[in-house]
Design a binder for this molecule. Structure first.
Ligand code: SAM
Length: 444
């Protein structure tokens, strides 16, 4: 591969004597990895079910290397059931720097397709709030399907520009992640075509855009809150220089040092870099804290719009049939669609919100057609009827292909699970399960 000379010169500024070593690694396969989703499983349960021995990643406690030639990762039933997210190992390093505690309100400002949001939701364990924003609308819909697959119930997905969030949600979040759009130099080994798109002018444009997104992120943070800025590029103009500019333009922010790390140190105590030399494709992350002296307008709590009486009783009936232990969430009724609202929710108006909480279903004539998300989003033990399949059960491929299957004794709406992870649902009667696996997800 021929790398632009300007890029190599820039690389020399950050890698010094290691530049040659880095370039020599271009002949080797790119690193690949998964992050295990604790909303659905644990590494102890999941890893023995995979067709290889996964090796622990030094960058994330639930991150593992997978073989570079494993073709089936995205089609594997345990992936479809949200047991893991395919995530390059260095990309998993940033979310861990947020120091997530249960109950935190976390904003992921540039979130699609949702790798880091999935990690954050896994660390929150169903508590607090994860708000994932993606400015590009069709990328935001990918984010929603990943939310459903991973079983995120305490989340909000929006599609708006960061300045909107800053205006309406000032001081609201405990933690904010900006995984910024960047020149993508860390993607060159994985995606050689990206090299052709590289230019100095693009690096400069990315750096400017990152600074403006970061200034919005600072506004969204409460006092004492943590901000993490990450990119998948090596450029010091986008990375270190953006960190320095941000600190000089936002005096309410201070660096928050990163002490223990398997990554490469940088010239800044609050920033790390990962290159293929350390065992990842390429990531930069910096961490900040908002000083304890800021004063904010308070953010209004979100308004719930309860369903009318007849819809409420249909919903109670449905939830009573689906769950043995129904989640204690308020019902929110928006344009024929019924949601279980997140426990924590600010006012959503004007923020391009596409999903808030779990879609229960849609009202069709005088009934509620249940949604796939309703069966993906809560622990399996909470459901009434379960058709449990193992990886070697022939009904599993039938179900994933959209076919009717045998289901034994269960009756009515039934959760289908694989190795204990929820995968979808169907409607059982007379020993047969009518398939409700979404058409867009079925095996072709
Ligand atoms: N965090 C994501 C993950 O882990 O899956 C990857 C995010 S990607 C590096 C950066 C995202 O920023 C892209 O989805 C892109 O559409 C979005 N973006 C582009 N321009 C933006 C802007 N002006 N403000 C906010 N986000 C923007």
């Amino acid at each position: 591969m021929i790398l632009p000379s300007d890029f190599i010169e820039e690389l020399g500024r950050v890698l010094g004597d290691d530049t040659e070593k880095y370039i020599s690694l271009y002949d080797k396969p790119a690193f690949r990895g998964i992050s295990v989703n604790r909303l659905k499983t644990t590494p102890e349960k999941l890893l023995p079910l995979l067709p290889f021995e996964a090796v622990s990643s030094p960058f994330y406690k639930d991150g593992y290397y997978i073989p570079s030639d494993w073709e089936n990762g995205g089609n594997h039933p345990l992936h479809l059931a949200g047991g893991y997210y395919i995530q390059e190992p260095s990309a998993s390093s940033a979310a861990e720097l947020l120091d997530i505690s249960p109950g935190d309100k976390v904003l992921d400002m540039c979130a699609a397709p949702g790798g880091k949001s999935s990690q954050i939701a896994s660390m929150l364990g169903g508590s607090g709030l994860i708000w994932s924003n993606e400015v590009v609308k069709n990328r935001a819909s990918v984010l929603i399907s990943n939310y459903e697959r991973m079983g995120i119930s305490n989340g909000i997905v929006s599609s708006c520009y960061p300045d909107r969030l800053a205006e309406k949600l000032e001081g609201y979040f405990d933690k904010v992640l900006v995984d910024a759009p960047c020149s993508g130099e860390g993607m060159f080994r994985k995606n050689p075509e990206a090299v052709g798109e590289w230019s100095r002018a693009h690096v400069t444009a990315c750096a400017q855009r990152q600074l403006s997104i970061l200034k919005c992120a600072v506004k969204c943070l409460r006092e004492g809150g943590i901000l993490v800025y990450s990119t998948c590029t090596f450029s010091p103009e986008e990375n270190e220089e953006t960190v320095e500019k941000l600190l000089s333009e936002c005096p309410e922010l201070e660096p928050y040092d990163i002490t223990e790390t398997a990554a490469r140190k940088t010239s800044l105590p609050n920033a790390i870099r990962i290159t293929p030399i350390e065992g990842g494709e390429g990531h930069f992350a910096a961490r900040f804290r908002k000083k304890e002296e800021s004063d904010f307008p308070s953010v209004r709590p979100g308004r719930i719009s309860p369903p009318p009486k007849e819809i409420r009783s249909l919903a109670d009936k449905l939830l009573g049939e689906v769950f043995s232990d129904a989640p204690e969430r308020e019902l929110n009724y928006i344009g024929e669609r019924l949601y279980l609202a997140p426990e924590e929710m600010p006012e959503l108006n004007g923020l391009g919100v596409l999903r808030a909480g779990v879609l229960v279903g849609e009202t069709v004539k005088k009934r509620i057609e249940p949604a796939h998300a309703l069966f993906m989003s809560f622990p399996v033990e909470k459901y009434n009827n379960i058709l449990e399949l193992s990886l070697d059960d022939s009904r599993l491929e039938e179900y994933l292909s959209g076919l009717e299957t045998d289901c034994g004794e269960v009756r009515g709406y039934t959760l289908v699970s694989v190795e204990g992870l929820s995968l979808g649902f169907g409607k059982a009667s007379g020993g047969r399960l009518k398939n409700k696996y979404p058409k867009g997800l079925r095996r072709k």
